[in-house]
Ligand binder design. Structure first.
Ligand SMILES: [Zn+2]
Ligand SMILES: [Zn+2]
Length: 391
């Protein structure tokens, strides 16, 4: 890769020094959209790097708030930020570092709350996560929409950096051991997922390992943005105690559950979660697949709950994964209520006039439509204009 070297004025161009790097394309960097999942120790360092390099659009996803214990590893946070959402503070500080960068903070849990289509519409995904559940989700999402992602993990003075690319080498799930699955299943053993309990067992980390690993992660994302070669399915292992850095290649696991890509994905530029009704989406499905087509969700939707003791019935319309155990308690007699679930729309539902948002479907969701022979995947692409806006 060669390009004419354009030497700008160091007095007025903050990216002056990058102009000397033969392959660096500042315009490509400026036009890139990067999703950073997690705004903790790694996320702070990654965001700092992305801002300094002049990445044009950054989507920051996290569901956490700032506490004092974050301050020892989070360059973007201050003591006065205690209690604020990590994404909001990080977005503000990124813009302070570089006003050229446009940011969108998104406060939520990517495991259940972000539309799958979001992952299709970014140039690079960087996972700055501290638990297996979220990594597994991110891995399955990236496979589903055929996008690479960069994982980072730290513990004390050690770190791992990995690029996973669907169809090229091992994926994150290929690397999981039986023990990893046991740890994940422990947390899912309750029928109503107790999200409060996810990762209470914290791993000790340092600002040095965070900056080292985040540095590698950002570089891998930079290579992805430039279309340069990366090494999917390989890990960079960094041992800060012995100063050993080496790479290792994971074997692809036969029958790995993550290896599923949605195909074909049909973009619906007019459809949005807020404005499109269930009936309208079903009509689109039937237009493409015939009158027997149905819609299928990837998780259970709780329509209502009924108390077996006192008969109290309440409408819910929330995905089960987003409910807490306390949500299933009868408000009158405090018994556990029975859930009326569905995950498919056949055209006979009394709520066909509801919008998709009223059925707890997030913006840019991808919903499966199928008949007896084939499936296709309908993306609420119309949400791009509102969801993927950066300021
Ligand atoms: Zn795999
Ligand atoms: Zn009751």
């Amino acid at each position: 890769m060669t390009k004419p070297i354009i030497i700008t004025d160091p007095d007025t161009d903050r990216y002056h020094t990058f102009g000397y790097i033969s392959w660096w394309q500042q315009e490509t960097v400026r036009q890139a959209t990067v999703l950073v999942v997690g705004a903790g120790a790694l996320g702070n360092e990654v965001l700092k790097n992305l801002a300094l390099m002049g990445i044009g659009q950054i989507l920051i996803a996290d569901f956490d708030t700032i506490e004092d214990s974050n301050l020892s590893r989070s360059v973007l946070f201050r003591a006065t930020d205690r209690g604020k959402r990590k994404v909001d503070v990080a977005a503000e500080r990124v813009k302070e570092l570089n006003p050229d960068v446009r940011v969108k903070p998104w406060h939520g849990n990517i495991n259940y709350e972000m539309g799958l289509g979001v992952f299709r519409h970014v140039d690079a995904i960087i996972g700055c996560l501290d638990n297996r559940e979220a990594r597994l989700s991110l891995n399955r999402f990236s496979w589903a929409v055929n996008r690479p992602w960069v994982d980072g993990a730290i513990q004390e003075l050690m770190g791992i950096v990995r690029v996973f690319w669907p169809g090229q080498g091992a994926c994150y799930e290929c690397t999981l051991t039986d023990l990893d699955y046991q740890i994940i299943n422990l947390r899912y053993s309750c029928p109503l997922l107790a999200r409060q309990n996810i990762l209470q067992g914290k791993v000790p980390t340092t600002p040095t390992s965070a900056s080292i690993v985040a540095g590698f992660q950002t570089q891998e994302a930079l290579k992805l943005i430039h279309g340069m070669e990366v090494q999917p399915g390989k890990a960079i292992l960094i041992n800060g105690l012995t100063n050993d850095i080496y790479t290792t290649e994971y074997p692809v696991k036969a029958g790995c559950m993550s290896h599923a890509t949605l195909d074909p994905i049909v973009e619906l530029p007019e459809a949005t979660a807020e404005s499109t009704t269930v009936a309208e989406l079903l009509a689109i499905a039937r237009d493409k697949l015939g009158a027997e087509a149905i819609l299928e969700f990837d998780s259970e939707l709780v329509l209502s709950m009924t108390c077996p003791e006192c008969g109290t019935e309440t409408a819910v319309f929330r995905r089960m994964a987003r409910l807490y155990e306390s949500d299933a308690q009868c408000p009158h007699c405090h018994n556990q209520m029975d859930m009326n679930l569905t995950h498919r729309i056949t055209g006979h539902e009394p709520f066909l006039h509801y919008t998709l948002a009223q059925l707890d479907i997030p913006p840019l969701a991808i919903i499966r439509a199928r008949n007896h022979q084939q499936s296709l995947y309908l993306e609420l692409t119309g949400d791009c204009h509102t969801f993927l806006t950066f300021t």
